[in-house]
Design a protein around this ligand. Sequence first.
Ligand code: PMP
Ligand code: GLN
Length: 392
Amino acid sequence: MTSPQPHRPVGNRALAPFGTTIFAEMSALAVRTGAINLGQGFPDVDGPPELLDAAVAAIRGGRNQYPPGPGVPELLEAIAVHQQRFYGLSVDPGSEVLVTAGATEAIAAVVLGLCEPGDEVVTFEPYYDSYAATIALAGAARRTSVLRFPDFAVDEASLRAAFSERTRLVLLNTPHNPTGKVFTRPELDLICSLAREFDAWVVTDEVYEHIVFDGLEHVPVASLPGMWERTLTISSAGKTFSATGWKVGWVVGPREGVAAARSAKQFLTYVASGPFQPAVATALGLDDEVYAGLSSSLQRKRDLLCSGLAAAGLPISHPAGTYFVVADAAALGARDAMTFCRELPERVGVVGIPVSVFHDDPEAGRTLVRFAFCKRDEVLTEAAERLARLGG
Ligand code: PMP
Ligand code: GLN
């Protein structure tokens, strides 16, 4: 049979540049080789027992049918209380919160809900991989400003140059994956002032909001003067409660922004995670020590892996938050991080993620590798010993 359009590729051309995600490729490589997986960012222990018990109770208690479109009432309420408790933000659970299938769907719902073809989205590179694909699916164009190793500071001139009268939104991520950077207050002020000047939304991905180190405080963009009205904040239970497979995320912001995201979301999944939603509501209300314990435990893990990388002769960027540290493999003679990462499991039995895949500028992250430290101490110690062999 002949194809009606022989020259047209089968897939949606907007997705053609993205191939298979690096996380799928590298996790499959870890399974195939038996290497320690410091690639995809997921913890290897469970989160608070109260969270797990609440999910079991919800499943046993019959909460297994479609939840309401915006989210179950107790989770909407718990998210609003969380924003007040940690950031002093007063949020209406009925109209200013939307529960999504993880932060990934929140990003998609916001971008698809706000952008039309021809609009532009400003973001920083390296960026979380779903940003680029989602912007492309919306028919929008991305305009990036590069954060450069080792301090990953915002470059004002290139950020300003990324804005235009077509800018619909700025997609920001702090604490930042893959760099571990926490944006400074002057950097946030600059982003906010450009957003105001160009009348753009700020969409801020804060999934690592509770994973900041060395006494630093996470500053939500929505809490900055005059920013609530143009800011949509995204977060997720995955990182805060070490349950990345649950996929419970949310969007918080002014009513009309949340409504725009809701209109897209209802045709993406409609709803998700029925029994996990009440469980996350329970977890959000846990004591301060649970939140503090998460960041202090990850800070110790950061230090463990960073000293291992230093001993291996790898220069690193000191992470202020997240699960991740970026190292420069050029010091070990690597010329390109993708090749280095594909060979690393065979060489020493460790998997990392090449930062180059999160860049538009092919030179920017050429030799940089991201390692995740959200693993048990003994796993990190073993990984550090293996990496040290690279130097020898
Ligand atoms: N944003 C960032 C910056 C992430 O690192 C991740 C991955 N965990 C996500 C969004 C997606 O989060 P979720 O698993 O809740 O969809
Ligand atoms: N957020 C995780 C990371 O950056 C992985 C998410 C995914 O597999 N898409 O490693």
